[in-house]
Write a protein that binds this ligand. Structure first.
Ligand SMILES: [Zn+2]
Length: 315
């Protein structure tokens, strides 16, 4: 029964990173893998490997000109992909396409019923725009997954829940007017990317289908638990067919880039509750994506808390 939970513990994912002195370094994957094995979770889930996405698949969200530019920069291997946060590393195109392909592979497994829930550690690159890199995110696997669910499987209503410390702007603005993309995001206010005010609830037909919950620096578990029920209410009201969960570990206390003070409880709780909601509304379908997190110990704590909840929800 537990084999319906899949974890993409694929070392190829570790290629997505920007070198040893960058916050988004290539050790993040190992930090998770170590904690995951330490808790013997590898014996309780289906261990899977991903694949490269094709250019055609990446084009579901990104412009061809942008994809070709990334390919070129990836070969050149120097400079920056944005205004200075995201350096070029050789092979970044292939590494980014692998993240996307792995997410699409998980979508396939879930939609074909092989898996009920899946976790992908190095994914959830929620800042990337159709025509640009942003905040360490080259290709927006979250948005590509949403388009694929619709195009390939005809899934209409999708909920995207994001508890990364940063606002998921790349997803929010791409679907701002979309009434069938239910969006809920708890993040720290006044840090990168500076968006996600509470008055931003979607536009046009999308109005009221999105919720943003900015928390002040220093907010912790109590603040999270005060806000969280509103996300459950939104999902209950909207009855989505699929749930995507971006569970960035940078909202835990001690992250070098942010100032929220969560323990690992919010991540474990959110995952457990989303599993229950998925069982009630979405035929169990839940895709969890690791997201940010720049304190290696916190990556291990937050993401194993998520995977434990995925497993326990299934027993
Ligand atoms: Zn983040």
């Amino acid at each position: 029964m537990f084999l319906k939970v899949g974890v993409y513990l694929d070392p190829q994912l570790a290629r997505y990173g920007f070198g040893p002195i960058h916050p988004f370094n290539n050790d993040r994957f190992d930090a998770f893998a170590k904690a995951f094995r330490h808790h013997h979770l590898d014996q309780k889930v289906h261990l899977l490997t991903g694949r490269m996405a094709s250019e055609e698949e990446i084009k579901r969200f990104h412009t061809l000109a942008y994809i070709q530019w990334i390919k070129r920069k990836s070969k050149e291997g120097r400079g920056f992909l944005d205004y200075g946060d995201t350096p070029v590393v050789p092979g970044i195109y292939e590494a980014s396409a692998y993240v996307v392909g792995t997410v699409l592979e998980a979508v396939d497994q879930i939609m074909q019923g092989t898996l009920k829930r899946a976790f992908i550690p190095i994914a959830g690159l929620h800042h990337a725009k159709p025509e640009g890199t942003s905040g360490f995110c080259v290709f927006n696997d979250c948005a590509i997954a949403i388009h694929s669910l619709r195009k390939k499987y005809g899934v209409k209503k999708i909920a995207y829940v994001d508890i990364d410390v940063h606002h998921g702007d790349g997803v929010f603005y791409a679907f701002e007017e979309d009434p069938n993309l239910i969006f809920a995001d708890i993040h720290e206010m006044d840090i990168f990317p500076g968006t996600g005010d509470s008055y931003e609830e979607g536009l046009g037909k999308g109005k009221g289908k999105k919720r943003n919950f900015p928390l002040p620096a220093g907010a912790g578990d109590e603040d999270f638990f005060e806000v969280w029920p509103q996300i459950e209410d939104l999902i209950k009201r909207e009855d989505p067919d699929f749930i995507i969960f971006q569970c960035g570990a940078d909202s835990l206390a001690g992250d070098p880039l942010a100032s929220l003070y969560y323990s690992d409880r919010p991540h474990g709780h959110a995952a457990a509750q989303l599993c229950k909601l998925a069982d009630t509304y979405s035929q169990g379908r839940l895709l969890a994506l690791g997201g940010g997190g720049y304190n290696l110990e916190n990556i291990g704590r937050a993401w194993t808390a998520v995977v434990k909840s995925l497993i326990e929800a299934h027993m």
